[in-house]
Design a protein around this ligand. Structure first.
Ligand SMILES: [Fe+2]
Ligand SMILES: [Fe+2]
Length: 208
């Protein structure tokens, strides 16, 4: 993975042919917020920016293409078959690898994890998962604003908050929930409690 401006322009030119302008604004918002969060948390800013720029490469792939590309590699679960759109994260990671020769495993994982998260995902994946949900074009309601502030102090708690937002959104609309969102939420909730309540292991495990 190089940081040359030419390659960024190449990715942007490809995106401009594939996705509508509001989605480009979102992608640039994720790129910028990911870079800021990485700087704040001592992570590699350039890797975060690349993962942000590349995260939605497959956002507008048709459902049949998403289903076909993933089923070539592994078995699909029933939620994925019913809601193929959630596969755009995993397929986006493959496009980054195959079309843009991205080889960095952390960047590829961050792209693949940006929609459903992943229990135990690394800080770079957390940054992209958070920036995808909270970049400025997502709106300004108070919950988003609070989570934006939290993101600069505590990535673990912010991942929980983003999972909660996503779960509430899906529940309100009576939509299917992939279990990985819940598993991600539980993993990061347990870890946020362990950090803030050092002797709370039995309480945490007993309560969940
Ligand atoms: Fe996405
Ligand atoms: Fe996105």
């Amino acid at each position: 993975m190089t940081g040359s401006p030419l390659r960024r322009e190449e990715v942007l030119a490809w995106l401009e042919e594939q996705v509508p302008p509001p989605r480009i604004r979102h992608i640039l918002g994720v790129e910028a917020m990911a870079r800021e969060l990485a700087a704040c948390h001592g992570l590699d800013e350039q890797k975060a920016a690349w993962a942000g720029l590349l995260h939605d490469l497959a956002k507008y792939f048709p459902p049949e293409k998403l289903l076909q590309m993933v089923s070539e590699k592994r078995e699909l679960d029933e939620i994925e078959r019913a809601e193929p759109h959630i596969l755009h994260a995993e397929v986006g990671s493959r496009v980054a690898q195959e079309r843009f020769q991205v080889r960095d495993p952390q960047i590829l994982a961050a792209i693949a994890n940006h929609t459903l998260g992943q229990p135990g995902m690394d800080p770079l994946s957390c940054v992209i998962f958070i920036a995808d949900a909270l970049e400025p074009s997502r709106g300004n309601h108070s919950e988003l604003q609070q989570l934006r502030q939290l993101a600069f102090t505590d990535l673990t708690k912010t991942v929980v908050g983003v999972c909660d937002l996503s779960l509430k959104f899906l529940l309100d609309r009576n939509q299917l929930i992939h279990p990985r969102t819940l598993m991600t939420r539980n993993y990061f909730l347990m870890h946020s409690l362990e950090i803030s309540l050092p002797q709370a292991d039995s309480v945490v495990l007993g309560g969940l």
